[in-house]
Design a protein. Structure first.
Ligand SMILES: C[S@@+](CC[C@H](N)C(=O)[O-])C[C@H]1O[C@@H](n2cnc3c(N)ncnc32)[C@H](O)[C@@H]1O
Length: 659
């Protein structure tokens, strides 16, 4: 029997809303963004896919609530949890699995109903005690009023030896371009902060000169690898606001660190070695992305944090056990995700006054990047400034949970803006939350939407045969994102912040991601085959559909999917293509990036009677056409019997080489 998605998917509508959502996914799905995760799909796209699984036509419209009550939806590679959040809102029971603990913890925290007032009270207590312990190290004297004030962030330059000379390299000597065009800059000789056209009176200085990165070439510069990473940075500027001014007049003040400021840094450094962090617990695990660290003499995640940042983590770890499990989970994830904005890998993008937020966060490139001008944020700064706990609690928890109680959707078309403001409509009757259960047996049709979370490799799903109605997922796109490797940056801390919350010891080699050029053999095909075989085992045969999104230029990725799908016994029913990526995202800007996803709909091969023609060629220039043609070619490949694994790769290689 067919289901609506077999023949119908409103691609135009999907593209319109995805093109808007892709720019600000967390605005459209605030409850799915508690913790950093990579490569999230658009919630609107997955809502549309799930809506085409709804049997009752009256409930199939995008803005109509529900439609999947009593159904069981599985996402075996759930990541940021997009499928779970979309399906539970439509009334379904949802099962999410992931090898990685962060996806499981995040789904548990964001899908579990919590008393927001209780969570806010606990956060206030946690924040107040944490601030009491940590903020003394982030104090300074306001250069205007002489009053004590909190540091918002500190800018550093990196030590280098250039042509045998000790220097300090920065992105730019210009710290700020104000809207009136005036500037705030650094004196390259004595490092003083200068306003606009002011000329620095200094003539000589015993300080290493400041050089702009554009003034040096990488051959000239020598990195002092003996020194721990965080010590390679020299504090140059403290950024704060004058406590004596009215809030509205509180412009940013750029101050050269004085003796008191340097003493506070030294005090924190002196405490560093007494902190209970066993280096072995933070040793860098070999991986495709983490191997960017070792050649730079970084062998331990502790080295990526300043001593004040370690004090922040130490006190957070000390304070968490006083809270109950649900609260502890939310606050632990909040501290963990704050590390993306509170590490010495953070860069500075506050030069242009118009640009929002000063912090270039750690993983803005889906990889590690090493700033010249590093930014050490103050995580307990008492304002909702970028990357502070106050801001993250507001945006990632408070806004998320309020939205979860009243989910809203962007209205597209003629009524898309009201008085120039984007128009969102509440989907009355939907809730982005449910009850956690421990087995699929508890997911009965009459029961309110529930969720079951499984941490582990989905090559072995702890689920009975034929137990789920639909599988909707988005596997790792071959080698695009090294999830387990990148997640180690947070994992090493989460196992101290939330020791009982997850299985922290597990085999990251089970991560179904191609390791690219790493000398280790790729297990992508083998692991995808194992996961797809489990999908076939647990999928209900009658009307069961296995649906996932995918895109990649590399024929190896498509060949791996072909082998895995065929071994599992799936055939392609249909495919659609939808916009998926934000073209100006820094991690794809300037690269020949695919901006679309193929939505691939499979069913057990014995039930598929579609005959796929081999496409005459695959369009290699247009992202949308490329994904569409690859979908067609995949459909045809899955119907070619007796084609061995090598031949499958050869055929894909030939097709994507334009032969
Ligand atoms: C592309 S992400 C999913 C993103 C998700 N759809 C979203 O929108 O947020 C793929 C996920 O597969 C997970 N994964 C990789 N290997 C796995 C395995 N063997 N078993 C289960 N999950 C795995 C990764 O940890 C990652 O979270």
């Amino acid at each position: 029997m067919t289901i609506p998605l077999d023949t119908d998917f409103d691609t135009d509508f999907a593209n319109q809303i995805a093109q808007l959502e892709a720019y600000n996914k967390h605005h459209y799905r605030p409850n799915s963004y508690l913790h950093k995760w990579w490569a999230r799909r658009c919630g609107s796209t997955f809502r549309l896919i799930l809506k085409q699984l709804v049997a009752d036509e009256a409930q199939r419209d995008y803005y109509t609530p529900g439609g999947l009550a009593g159904k069981i939806i599985l996402d075996p590679m759930m990541g940021g949890g997009t499928t779970l959040h979309e399906a539970i809102r439509l009334g379904a029971h949802v099962i999410g699995a992931d090898l990685e603990p962060i996806p499981v913890l995040q789904a548990r925290a964001t899908l579990t109903k919590v008393d927001l007032a209780e969570l806010e009270r606990a956060y206030k207590r946690f924040y107040t005690e944490l601030r009491k312990a940590v903020s003394p190290y982030f104090q300074t004297i306001c250069p205007e009023s002489g009053l004590a004030t909190a540091v918002n962030y500190t800018l550093y330059g990196v030590r280098r030896i250039c042509n045998g000379r000790d220097v300090i390299v920065v992105d730019s000597l210009v710290l700020r371009v104000e809207t009136d065009g005036s500037t705030i800059r650094l004196c390259p000789r004595c490092h003083a902060v200068l306003w606009d056209t002011a000329v620095c009176p200094c003539d000589v200085s015993d300080k290493p000169p400041l050089l702009e990165k554009s003034a040096i070439s990488s051959e000239d510069e020598v990195n002092d690898l003996e020194r721990p990473f965080y010590q390679r940075y020299v504090p140059l500027v403290l950024v704060t606001r004058c406590p004596g001014r009215a809030d509205t007049a509180k412009r940013l003040l750029f101050k050269t660190p004085d003796a008191h400021d340097l003493a506070l840094l030294a005090e924190a450094d002196a405490l560093r070695s007494s902190l209970p962090f066993a280096p072995a617990d933070f040793a860098i695990e070999p991986g495709r992305k983490s191997r960017q660290l070792t050649p730079r003499g970084i062998h331990n995640y502790l080295d990526l944090f300043s001593s004040r940042q370690l004090l922040y983590l130490h006190h957070a770890i000390q304070l968490l056990p006083q809270f109950d499990e649900k609260i502890r989970l939310n606050l632990g994830l909040l501290v963990s995700t704050s590390l993306e904005f509170n590490a010495m890998l953070c860069g500075y993008k506050g030069k242009n006054r118009r640009r929002a937020g000063a912090i270039r966060h750690t993983f803005s490139h889906h990889a590690y990047s090493f700033p010249y001008t590093a930014l050490e944020n103050n995580p307990v700064y008492p304002r909702q400034a970028s990357g502070t706990l106050a801001k993250l609690f507001q945006s990632r928890i408070r806004n998320g949970r309020l939205w979860a109680q009243k989910p809203r959707e962007r209205v597209i078309g003629k009524r898309s803006t009201v008085n120039g403001k984007q128009y969102f409509v509440e989907i009355v009757g939907e809730r982005d939350s449910g009850v956690e259960v421990r087995s699929v047996a508890e997911m009965t049709p009459d029961r309110e939407p529930s969720f079951l979370l499984l941490q582990g490799s989905s090559t072995q799903l702890d689920l009975p045969d034929r137990s789920v109605d639909f599988i909707v997922t988005d596997p790792p796109y071959f080698d695009s994102v090294q999830y387990s490797d990148l997640a180690a940056f947070f994992r090493v801390w989460l196992r101290h912040l939330l020791p009982e919350a997850a299985q922290w010891a597990y085999d990251t080699q089970e991560s179904a991601v191609d390791p690219h050029q790493l000398d280790s053999e790729s297990r992508y095909t083998e692991l995808m085959s194992g996961i797809f075989a489990e999908c076939k085992r647990v999928l209900r045969e009658e009307n069961g559909r296995f649906i996932f999104t995918f895109h990649h230029w590399n024929p190896k990725g498509w060949a791996a999917l072909t082998v895995a799908l065929r071994q599992a016994g799936f055939a392609l029913v249909t495919r659609y293509v939808v916009h998926s990526e934000n073209p100006i995202s820094v991690h794809i800007t300037g690269m020949k990036a695919l901006l679309h996803d193929a939505i691939l709909v499979f069913a057990p091969a014995e039930s598929v009677n579609v005959v796929w023609e081999r496409p005459s060629h695959i369009n290699l220039t247009d992202s949308e056409r490329f994904c569409y043609d690859c979908g067609t070619f995949l459909g045809w490949m899955l119907q070619q019997d007796g084609v061995g694994e090598t031949a499958v790769l050869d055929l894909w290689q030939a097709a994507l080489d334009g032969e």
